[in-house]
Design a protein around this ligand. Structure first.
Ligand code: SF4
Ligand code: SF4
Length: 335
């Protein structure tokens, strides 16, 4: 027997979670982009989207957020911290590659300094993933040794039934079990089976790519210039990536008062490594693209034992000049 949540019970589930003070978030279709956002009722969810345009990371690591307010007085500087918001929430219908992205970034945000903003939100969020039964040409989770039903970073995994009738429920963590205990009356025992997961073909051999990247001789390969010639440095690939995590801290204000903010930054921008002297150690777009690939598949796994990529494919799907990590790794695996 399996435990099933039928779709026609989802409205009651959303209402129960909301009346328990939990914000319910899920994939929604905006005017121009799809994203993860708060919902009020089941019909607000857009489950038909293969993958929202914007990733889950921005619910944990917003594009910009205030850290403190400062006021400079005659003999002192007053500061007031902005505490990370306390808000229990359920993210219902995340894709496994987005949930994996959060788990990939956990060690980074907890490394030498524990980022309280990230972990407060992580600790207050229940991630309910829906296994993928469809994929598109850009999905590449299997090439990264993940899968359409990966449980990494997930508290509850749902496997869809046919005809959008509901989901087989697999509770994975205590946090997931607690959240689903609130809707236990809506879950039925059944002998129904879930649809098979999507078949996502492998696009390249990751081990071959990593071996090439780890060879110091290839740092200066002419390949980097050839593969990145058309990159315009727009940073869409990093901003939409569920694992890219670079940020900058800036003070916005005047001589006497202001707000210190944490803002996304990107290795794709020339200014990212520009020194005050005017010297830029990554002076060309090819050097910046090489850094992005090396960071994800050589330096990051060297430090945290995991690649900084969940295979969501957004960087290729959304690139305005049709580049992306897929093409680069496919070409590397041929070298
Ligand atoms: S690879 Fe594409 S999305 Fe990324 S910075 Fe270059 S042009 Fe923009
Ligand atoms: S590098 Fe590309 S495929 Fe990998 S997680 Fe980021 S956006 Fe997705």
């Amino acid at each position: 027997m399996t435990r099933i949540l039928f779709s026609d019970k989802l409205d009651q589930c959303v209402a129960k979670w909301r009346s328990a003070g939990i914000t319910v978030i899920g994939p929604v279709q905006g005017e121009s982009l799809s994203t993860y956002a708060a919902v009020e009722k089941a019909s607000d969810f857009a489950f038909g989207i293969v993958l929202p345009d914007r990733s889950l990371k921005e619910l944990f690591f917003p594009q910009t957020e205030p850290m403190l307010r400062y006021t400079i007085k005659k003999n002192e500087i007053e500061t007031t911290d902005f505490a990370p918001p306390a808000a229990p929430r359920i993210i219902f219908g995340a894709r496994p590659c987005d949930a994996s992205g959060l788990a990939i970034d956990d060690p980074l945000f907890g490394w030498d300094y524990k980022d309280e903003y990230w972990f407060k939100r992580r600790n207050e969020s229940v991630i309910v993933t829906i296994a993928c039964t469809e994929s598109d040409d850009f999905c590449m989770c299997t090439s990264l040794k993940h899968s359409p039903d990966s449980t990494k970073g997930s508290d509850v995994l749902l496997r869809p039934l046919d005809k959008n009738r509901g989901w087989v429920v697999e509770e994975l963590t205590d946090r997931g079990r607690e959240a689903f205990a609130l809707i236990s009356e809506e879950i039925k025992e059944s002998d129904e089976t879930a649809l098979p997961t999507a078949e996502v073909p492998e696009k390249f051999n990751l081990d071959t790519c990593v071996t090439w990247l780890q060879n110091p001789v290839n740092f200066d390969s002419k390949f980097w210039k050839e593969i990145s010639m058309r990159c315009i440095g727009c940073a869409s690939c990093t901003y939409l990536c569920p694992t890219c995590h670079c940020f900058d801290i800036q003070d916005e204000g005047d001589t006497y008062s202001g707000i210190r903010r944490k803002n996304w930054d990107s290795c794709s921008f020339a200014l990212f490594t520009m020194h005050t002297s005017g010297h830029n150690p990554r002076a060309t777009q090819s050097a910046r693209w090489r850094q992005r690939i090396m960071h994800k598949f050589n330096y990051f796994p060297g430090k945290f034992s995991v690649n900084s990529c969940s295979g969501c494919g957004r960087c290729s799907r959304q690139c305005p000049v049709d580049m992306g990590i897929t093409e680069t790794l496919q070409e590397i695996s041929k070298l």
